[in-house]
Write a protein that binds this ligand. Structure first.
Ligand code: CA
Length: 199
């Protein structure tokens, strides 16, 4: 018990002595890797789907489910995601078809588990949700910018994943956009306390 009291006192002292200038967002280094299917590095230039430019794209050579992971390099508070998709790298006419699913996930750093974004925990894609064989997907999402998929409650995460079931060779993901804020030092200390309480 003595040791615990000492730790609490030290923690409070640390908070009081922390200068305001150190309470800045971390210098996050975002990175990107494909995660599905096996050998997915060869399917196209994945880096094009997260370079801030809708005229560059990941034009896939694979007509099945494939996925990308974007790692923030630090803990962030995640608010919303969307994507810009085209039929062939440039055409945004119409919507994706029946059975051509897509979905986002984030890694919950408090519960240490992946969470699927669905109609139960987000808004914005409400008309696209479809549950098949126990999995949530989205069909008929329009090409171009999809609506923002906004979390009902902002989440602490350090990475997200985006999966899509490709309709044909050449269908393209031009860009993924993520609305988030890096967690500042004071928030992360608070989050650490929450984590220690519940685990
Ligand atoms: Ca791009």
């Amino acid at each position: 018990m003595k040791k615990m009291k000492y730790c609490v006192a030290a923690f409070i002292s640390l908070l009081m002595l922390t200068p305001a200038s150190s309470l800045q967002a971390q210098d996050c280094q975002t990175s990107l890797q494909c995660v599905q299917p096996s050998g997915c590095e060869s399917l196209g230039d994945w880096s094009n789907l997260y370079d801030g430019n809708t005229s560059t794209c990941f034009q896939t050579s694979y007509t099945n489910w494939q996925g990308i992971e974007i790692e923030f390099g630090c803990t962030v508070e995640l608010y919303a995601l969307r994507r810009y998709m085209t039929r062939d790298g440039s055409s945004t006419a119409g919507s994706r078809g029946w059975g051509q699913g897509e979905r986002f996930h984030y890694y919950d750093v408090i519960d240490s588990t992946w969470v699927t974004l669905t109609g139960s925990n987000t808004s914005g894609w409400d008309s696209y949700w479809y549950q098949l064989n126990g999995y949530w997907n989205n069909w008929y999402v329009p090409y171009g910018w999809a609506p923002w998929q906004t979390l009902d409650t902002p989440a602490y995460t350090d990475r997200i994943r985006y999966y899509f079931d490709c309709s044909w060779v050449g269908e393209s993901i031009n860009e993924i956009e993520i609305n988030y804020n890096p967690v500042v030092e004071s928030e992360e200390q608070s989050w650490g306390s929450v984590k220690s309480i519940y685990h």
